[in-house]
Design a protein around this ligand. Structure first.
Ligand code: ADP
Ligand code: TYD
Length: 201
């Protein structure tokens, strides 16, 4: 039995920055190279995640403080059901969005300390890649989608919040900033290069 704890890698960024694309590419790369790897995302596909999706699709509305609690509850469920069991099995778990999303998105309407407090006990990733990009570019990639946060003014605030969180947490939480204007392939190669240099895999 494999008793070595696995690794937890998170991909973050504003809508259209490429988090889903990069999380998929990374898991594909890891599997091709013989590593046991799983891909997950937040909001999850569980019951709490489904409720959150109704909010994102404008079917129900909650204030950002309530959203911070819902995302934190979804995260706890995600940790208990998937993240911790995967790490115990020695797998590399790649997650499309995690705690940093709550800090960046929910602090558009809730206090940062409230969001920090409700996420305090959540397991920390081994590394987080934050894809930074101008919303004028990333929103154009989201044509046909009209989710709650996908508005230019809001995305500009969310980007600022991400960069604030990066400055505050980059060392303790090991966050690496990526240039989102690079090509999909260039960002992918940089994620692999940095992960290898920091002995993540
Ligand atoms: P997110 O999950 O961050 O909202 P996606 O990964 O779904 O974004 O990407 C949104 C769209 O942008 C997709 O069509 C994807 O192919 C494209 N895309 C992603 N990354 C890049 C990139 N670096 N350059 C150009 N297009 C990209
Ligand atoms: P999703 O359709 O999964 O977008 P993407 O493919 O871009 O990741 O939508 C997730 C949305 O939820 C996205 O706008 C970010 C937001 N979100 C928060 O506001 N707080 C959070 O804690 C998380 C995990 C996501």
């Amino acid at each position: 039995m494999n008793t070595t704890r696995g690794k937890f890698i998170v991909i973050e960024g504003i809508d259209g920055s490429g988090t889903t694309t990069q999380a998929n590419r990374l898991v594909e790369y890891l599997r091709t190279n013989g590593k046991n790897s799983i891909l997950t995302a937040e909001p999850t596909s569980g019951e709490i995640g489904r409720l959150i999706r109704k909010f994102l699709l404008h079917e129900i509305h909650f204030d950002e403080k309530t959203m911070a609690l819902l995302f934190a509850a979804d995260r706890t469920d995600h940790i208990e059901k998937t993240i911790n069991p995967s790490l115990e099995k020695g797998e590399i778990i790649v997650t499309d969005r995690y705690y940093l999303s709550s800090l960046a998105y929910q602090s558009t309407g809730a206090e940062t300390t409230f969001i920090e407090n409700v996420n305090f006990y959540h397991v920390l990733p081994d590394i987080t890649f934050l894809i930074d990009i101008d919303p004028e570019i990333s929103l154009k990639r989201k044509t046909g989608s009209n989710e709650f946060y996908e508005k230019l003014e809001l995305q500009n605030k969310i980007r600022k919040n991400y960069l604030w969180a990066y400055e505050k947490y980059k060392d303790n939480h090991r966050i690496v900033l990526m240039d989102g204007e690079l090509s999909i392939e260039e960002i992918h190669r940089e994620i692999i290069r940095v992960s290898q240099s920091l002995m993540i895999f």
